[in-house]
Design a protein around this ligand. Sequence first.
Ligand code: ADP
Length: 319
Amino acid sequence: MKRIGVLTSGGDSPGMNAAIRAVVRKAIYHNLEVYGIYYGYSGLINGDIKKLELGSVGDIIHRGGTMLYTARCEEFKTEQGQLKGIEQLKKFGIEALVVIGGDGSFQGAKKLTEHGFPCIGVPGTIDNDIPGTDFTVGFDTALNTVIDAIDKIRDTATSHERTYVVEVMGRDAGDIALWSGLADGAESILIPEEDYSMEDIVARLKKGHERGKKHSIIIVAEGVGSGVEIGKQIQESANLETRVTVLGHIQRGGSPTAADRVLASRLGAYAVELLLQGEAGKMVGIEKNELVSHGIEEALSRKHKIDERMYQLSKELSI
Ligand code: ADP
């Protein structure tokens, strides 16, 4: 193998640049040439492909977003689109591909591998929702962004003696809500994986209020429902002044944390190692701080789960 490609696809996440850098540097270290495919699978189909050198990935390790840009591409879900992509890769003499993205992007990588083009996936998403890895690149940064925001909200919540509902990202996975709620001592954490009861939320709020608590924070993962609606219900049920903040896309941006940069560097380099060993159709991950790999199909057939013990702990600590 002489030449590999790298692309980022789907939702961006902080640390994707550090992963690109690791792929490029590790490949060049092993005397491979590396081509960057811009705008994900869309750029792959259109041949938006350029050679990357050591310097191409200089000064990006600390930057959020992705220097290769990203896109969503419906055409790539079709066999015709996938074959067009392979044609472009062959035109550029690229023999294998590293795909940095979420589970949708991994489906694309799996399809390419099934068509005979070797791919390895690197999990990059803030949601931490990919089975087969304890952490995804971007989760830690998003988490720290949320915590920073909640700390600020807490100051004003205390000053006005208000209840705050904070809606965070997580359509199907409650990891951002659970971890940020635990890290910030939230009164209640609402996640898609667990049912919630308004009576329980109100009882907790009242209990805190009675013992003189000046503020309350309730974290809602977007997959549970609208934070605004849940805030209204709380205000009506608890008769406490309630404000709602929807954090939105700030959670996707910013300079990656040290943990994300290190994770991205390890995973990106490991993806290249696997390609050099002739592996394909796999995703890399980290489990108990060890680098691991799983077949994409096998990993995605599992369902991502939250850590039940952490959820229980959050309830025990917020009495
Ligand atoms: P993420 O990778 O962040 O989960 P998406 O689910 O939007 O983001 O997927 C990103 C892109 O991956 C899609 O726009 C599409 O081009 C490609 N993709 C998603 N699912 C499939 C699939 N089943 N087959 C082929 N390509 C897919």
